[in-house]
Design a protein around this ligand. Structure first.
Ligand SMILES: [Zn+2]
Length: 343
C-alpha cells in the first residue's frame, strides 16, 4: 500500500480537499448552541489538533456533531441493531458480524456505565466495500469520528487493507507466534481476518478516553488509553478477544526487517505520516503489548490513577511520561526510549 495509510483514525493520508472540507465544517460549528454541542465541538477541535482532521474526511455537518442536521437518505438505508446509546448499522450480508460487534460493544458500554456517568451515543457502521465511504480511509481500515453519536466504521469483509497487510506474513509466522495462535485455536489467516474487528473494539474505547477527562492527552497516550479501556473490559468479559488482540500485536515486521523509529518521541513528533505505515502499525502494536504488561501489574487501578492524575489536562508526550513515571516508577521512562517488545 503506497498511500500513507495506517491503522485506524489517525492515519495520515494526504488530501488537501479534506482540509478544505474541515475548514467549512469548522465554520459551521460556530453556531452551536447547547452545552452538549459545545463539548462536542471542543472534543472535535482537540481531535482535529491531534489527528490533523484526517478522520473527518467526508464529514457532513451532522457528522461533525451538529445534531440538528438531518441524516441523509443514504445514512438511514441500512439495517440496524439496537438503539440509543448503541446502534449498529450494517451492509447486506453483514448481520452476523454486526450482531457480534453489537454484543461486544454493548457489553463494554454496560460495564462502564456503572462506573462513569457519560452521555455518549455510539454508532457502529459495518460496511462492505460498496457502501464504504469513498472519501474516507481505504476499505478495511476502521475509523472513528467524534461527535454524538461517536461514529465508528469498520469493514464487513476480510479483504480490506488491514487484513492484507497482516496476511503477507502468513508464510513467515515465527514458532512462538504460531504456538500462541494454536493456544486459541486459530490459524494465522483466521486471526488476521478477525483483527480489524478488534480495532473497531479499540475505537469504542475512545468513547471513554474522550469522556473521562482524558481528551487532552497527547496522541500516543490517547491510543494507549483507548486500548486500555477495551482490554480492561475484554480481559474480564471477552477474554478470547483480549487474547487475540494481544497475540496479533506480535504480527509486525515478521519478515525480519526492523522499524526505523522506536522511541515515543519519534512517534509523537513524526506520527503516522512521518514514520510510515508499517512503522506506525508497529508502534500501535508495541503500545498494545505494553498496556497488557501494565494491566497485569496494575489492572483497572491504572485507569483510576490516570484519570486522577491527568484530570482534563492538556499534556505533551514528555509530560505524559513524567506523570506516568511518577505514578509508577520504572514503568515508563526507560520504555519510552525504545518501545520494542519482544516475546
Ligand atoms: Zn485509536
Amino acid at each position: 500500500m503506497e498511500s500513507s495509510t495506517v491503522l485506524m483514525e489517525e492515519m495520515g493520508f494526504d488530501s488537501s480537499s479534506l482540509h478544505e472540507e474541515l475548514a467549512l465544517d469548522s465554520d459551521s460549528l460556530v453556531n452551536v448552541r447547547s452545552m452538549n454541542e459545545f463539548r462536542i465541538t471542543r472534543l472535535q477541535n482537540r481531535f482535529n489538533r491531534l489527528f490533523g482532521g484526517i478522520l473527518i474526511m467526508g464529514a457532513s455537518a451532522a457528522a461533525m456533531g451538529c445534531s440538528s442536521t438531518p441524516e441523509t437518505q443514504e445514512e438511514t438505508s441500512f439495517a440496524t441493531i439496537g438503539s440509543s446509546p448503541l446502534t449498529v448499522e450494517y451492509s447486506d450480508g453483514a448481520e452476523e458480524l454486526a450482531q457480534l460487534q453489537y454484543e461486544r460493544i454493548n457489553g463494554m458500554m454496560k460495564f462502564y456505565a456503572s462506573q462513569y456517568d457519560i452521555q455518549q451515543d455510539v454508532l457502529i457502521r459495518i460496511l462492505n466495500s460498496d457502501d464504504w465511504e469513498t472519501q474516507g480511509p481505504p476499505y478495511g481500515m476502521p475509523s472513528i469520528r467524534p461527535g454524538n453519536p461517536l461514529v465508528i466504521t469498520g469493514p464487513a469483509t476480510a479483504d480490506g487493507v488491514i487484513v492484507q497487510d497482516v496476511i503477507q506474513y502468513a508464510d513467515v509466522v515465527p514458532v512462538f507466534l504460531q504456538e500462541k495462535l494454536d493456544g486459541i485455536g486459530l490459524t494465522f489467516e483466521e486471526a488476521a481476518q478477525q483483527y480489524p474487528d478488534l480495532i473497531v473494539y479499540h475505537e469504542a474505547g475512545h468513547a471513554y478516553q474522550f469522556n473521562v477527562g482524558l481528551d487532552g492527552v497527547n496522541r500516543w497516550f490517547a491510543e494507549f488509553m483507548a486500548s486500555y479501556f477495551m482490554v480492561n473490559y475484554t480481559i474480564q468479559h471477552d477474554p478470547e478477544a483480549a487474547q487475540l488482540f494481544e497475540i496479533m500485536s506480535y504480527a509486525t515486521y515478521l519478515d525480519g526487517s526492523t522499524p526505523n523509529y522506536v522511541t515515543l518521541d519519534d512517534l509523537e513528533r513524526l506520527y503516522a505520516d512521518g514514520v510510515g505505515m508499517q512503522n506506525y502499525d508497529w508502534y500501535q502494536k508495541q503500545l498494545n503489548l505494553k498496556l497488557f504488561s501494565v494491566y497485569r501489574n496494575h489492572g483497572a487501578d491504572f485507569i483510576d490513577a490516570v484519570i486522577e492524575a491527568f484530570d482534563g489536562k492538556q499534556v505533551t508526550s514528555e509530560e505524559t511520561i513524567a506523570i506516568l513515571e511518577k505514578l509508577y516508577p520504572g514503568e515508563f521512562a526507560q520504555w519510552a526510549q525504545d518501545v520494542s517488545v519482544t516475546d
